[in-house]
Each structure stands twice: as C-alpha cells, then as structure tokens.
Design a binder for this molecule. Structure first.
Ligand code: HEC
Ligand code: HEC
Length: 359
C-alpha cells in the first residue's frame, strides 16, 4: 500500500505558515528551564523558540482543544492521551468522522529528543510537525488559516497569545511554537532502570531485569543486539538513534512488496523502502500495541520477532539479530526472552504532571 497523497511529504507546501507570515512569532516571556529527569539529557530546543511559561501554558491548552479540528471534535490528545502515556491504545487511531488513519500513534513522551518526527521522518522539529495532523484529511482535516480565525475569535486565546507573543494577530507559527514548547515538557525518566544505571541503586531492578539488560547490551550479531539501534549512552539513554532501519515489519512475503514504504517516501532512496524510525523503548510496557502498524500486541511477541531475525526481505537491516540468536542456546531462549521482557518493564518512568495521568 502506498501512502495516501495527503500524507506524502511535500514539506515546502505543507509546513509553511500560510498567512501573516510577516509578523515574527518570538516568545516575549522569560526563558524557563525544562528539567530533564534522571536518565535523560538536557532538552534541545530551537534558538527561535525558547520555552517560556506563557508558551507552555498556551501549548497545553491548544493540545487538549478540539477547536483545532474542522468539526471541533478531535484534539491532539484524542490520539496522544495522557492517561495512556500520550499514545493511543488502538492499533490505528480514528480521526475526524471516525476515519481510519494509516499508522499506529506513538507516544509523545521524550519525543523532544528525536532528530526527526513521525515513523518515516517526514518532519524534523515539533515546529514543522504540528501542521501535519491539523491538515491531514484523516485526522483533523482543518486549514491553518481556519485555525487562526477560530483562535482570533476567542477572547481567552487572544489574551493568552498576547501574553506569550505580544499584541497583534494570531498566526499559525505561534500555534506551532506553543504546541512544541508544551511537547518539550512531556518527559519521562527516573525509571527503575535509570535508578539502577545512573542513580547508583543496584537494587532498583530485579536479577531477571539485570540479566535482560546484559542480553539487550550484547551487541554481537549472534546475540540480541538490541542496543545497536535502541541506544544506551554513558550518562543517559533515549533508546533510539533517530535513524531508520528495515526490520521487516512492513514486508509481505506473498506479494513481495512492502505494505508501507516508510522512510523511502521522504528520502526517495530505494534502500529505504520498508525502513522506519527506531522508536524509544521507554514506557514500552504501557504503550501497546507495537510497531508502525500496531501489528505486534505484546512484549513477548516483540522479542520473538527479533529472535527469529526480524522478517527476512531484500532490504533487511544488517544489524537485525541473526535468526535463532546463535549466542543463546535453544534451551535457554525462553528464559532469555522472559529476562528481556523484565528489563523492558523496568523502563516505565515518571509521568509528566498532568491531570488524570495514571501513576
Ligand atoms: C487522529 C489521530 C491523531 C491526532 C488527532 C494527532 N496525532 Fe500525532 N500522531 C498520530 C499518528 C498515527 C502518528 C504517527 C504517524 C506517522 O508516523 O505517520 C503521530 C505522530 C506524532 C508525532 C511524532 C512523534 C515521534 O516520535 O515521531 C508528534 C510530535 C505528534 N504526533 C504530535 C501531535 C500534535 C501536536 C497533534 C495536534 C496538533 C497531533 N499529534 C494530533 C496520530 C494523531
Ligand atoms: C536494526 C535496528 C534494531 C534492532 C537491532 C532492534 N530494534 Fe527494536 N525497533 C527498531 C525499529 C526500526 C522499530 C520500529 C519498526 C517498525 O515499526 O516497523 C523497532 C521497534 C521496536 C519495538 C516496538 C516499540 C513501539 O513502541 O512500537 C520494540 C518493543 C523493540 N523494537 C524492541 C527491541 C528489542 C527487545 C530488540 C533486541 C532483541 C530490538 N528491538 C532490536 C530497530 C531495531
């Protein structure tokens, strides 16, 4: 299946401020520090959008406001629900008029560290990403000018935008910048793994999880080799490397085609067919279902997928473990799988301070 035309990245067309672009959207408030919890590096942000208390507050209101969608029923939080770690438990999210999207909604927790956004990497910064769902006919199906008009007609927003960016017309760029600053606060760290690895608490995770960590870190191709793509650094761990790999999830052996071309739609390099962004594994125990198409339901199945060497296809990444993980004797594979799952469960961290969030 190819992506519907409206999802194909035409960056210049899709991600440019449509109107009143002459008014600069620079936050006027004092820059605030977003504190990263244990296990995470400092939060990067673009020079022209330092986080301020005013833009974060505004971004939070916009994130939960269905006013952004054409029919006034879908908000960002419809598919990135704080109660389910800012993801959607559905295999594929429903957008406007219950239209079915094309991919699984990913968690926004720690997305601030991603060098590219979306499973295929078609946007770079949050600032470029935000118009994607608003314009997408299957998601919010609105226009950026339409959003500007609605916000302009709303007194409370008028006041909040003036506090954040100074007096004058409300522009999409301000909306995108505010949403982005809010999203940069959605951090989750200080998990049992972080306390073990970076906090010096050797009792923070179980013996099984420690064995699982060792397997996860075994970066020979005959071992599980998880860490080659889901990275753990010396002082922090994002569990991704913001690059694209083909693990075979989209391969359809019957037709010898990919159900989704993935990063190829962005790079147009044939080698990128069926390659997807390495996603974080933080909070993975509470973000099922898994993979870009939500095709894997449990962590056990995910580990099995890798123990089988992913799904063989002509463009399978060279760093996917070898089938049968030869380093682990057959008789020990069930135990190894259980240990890796225990480790993955130790990656559930603190949640941002949002009303209604399960802790
Ligand atoms: C109808 C469901 C839906 C709505 C509404 C929605 N999203 Fe998403 N979001 C998704 C899906 C599905 C993906 C993955 C899509 C893809 O990769 O093609 C995604 C991906 C993202 C990503 C990329 C994260 C990453 O790690 O790459 C960000 C950021 C994001 N959404 C923010 C938002 C914001 C901000 C809004 C509101 C303006 C929003 N979303 C509205 C479903 C939705
Ligand atoms: C070649 C790089 C690579 C290696 C090695 C690798 N992964 Fe992944 N992982 C990915 C990519 C890419 C995705 C997204 C794939 C997709 O959706 O098509 C992913 C997705 C996942 C997911 C689903 C996450 C979600 O939120 O949907 C889990 C769980 C996972 N990997 C665990 C592991 C474990 C455990 C190992 C080691 C046994 C491992 N990975 C080894 C690249 C890799």
């Amino acid at each position: 299946m190819r992506l519907p035309a409206e999802l194909i990245p035409v960056r210049a067309r899709t991600y440019r401020t449509p109107s009143r672009a002459s008014r600069p959207a620079i936050p006027i408030g004092k820059q605030v520090e977003i504190k990263a919890p244990l296990g995470l590096p400092p939060v990067p942000f673009p020079e022209d959008n330092p986080p301020t208390a005013e833009t974060i507050r505004l971004g939070r209101k916009l994130f939960f406001d269905p006013l952004l969608s054409a029919d006034g029923k879908i908000s960002c939080s419809s598919c990135h629900n704080p109660k389910t770690a800012f993801t959607d438990p559905k295999v594929i999210s429903l957008g406007i008029g219950d239209k079915v999207g094309t991919r699984n909604s990913m968690t926004l927790l720690n997305a601030a560290y991603h060098m590219t956004q979306f499973w295929d990497g078609r946007a770079q910064r949050f600032e470029d990403q935000a118009s994607g769902p608003v314009l997408n006919h299957l998601e919010m199906d609105h226009s950026l000018v339409g959003v500007e008009r609605r916000l302009t007609a709303n007194k409370e927003y008028g006041r909040m935008f003036a506090e954040a960016f100074g007096p004058g017309p409300i522009t999409w760029e301000m909306v995108a910048k505010s949403l982005s600053s809010y999203e940069r606060t959605l951090l989750s760290g200080n998990s049992p793994f972080d306390r073990y690895q970076y906090g010096g608490d050797k009792k923070a995770i179980s013996a099984a999880a420690i064995r699982g960590l060792t397997l996860f870190m075994d970066n020979t191709l005959d071992g599980p080799n998880c860490v080659s793509c889901h990275r753990i650094e010396e002082n922090f761990a994002t569990f991704t490397e913001s690059r694209f790999h083909n693990t075979g999830v989209a391969w359809q052996p019957e037709t010898k085609t990919y159900s989704d071309d993935g990063h190829f739609t962005v790079s147009t390099l044939p080698k990128d067919k069926g390659a997807f962004k390495v996603v974080t594994l933080r909070n993975v125990a509470i973000t099922a279902p898994y993979m870009h198409n939500g095709s894997i339901k449990t962590l056990e199945e995910s580990v099995d997928f890798y123990f089988k060497g992913g799904r063989p296809n002509p463009l399978l990444s060279g760093v996917v473990p070898h089938p049968g993980v030869p380093n682990i004797p057959k008789a020990q594979q069930a135990a190894a799988r259980a240990d890796i799952v225990e480790f993955l469960k130790a990656l559930t961290g603190t949640m941002p301070d949002e009303p209604g969030v399960n802790r």
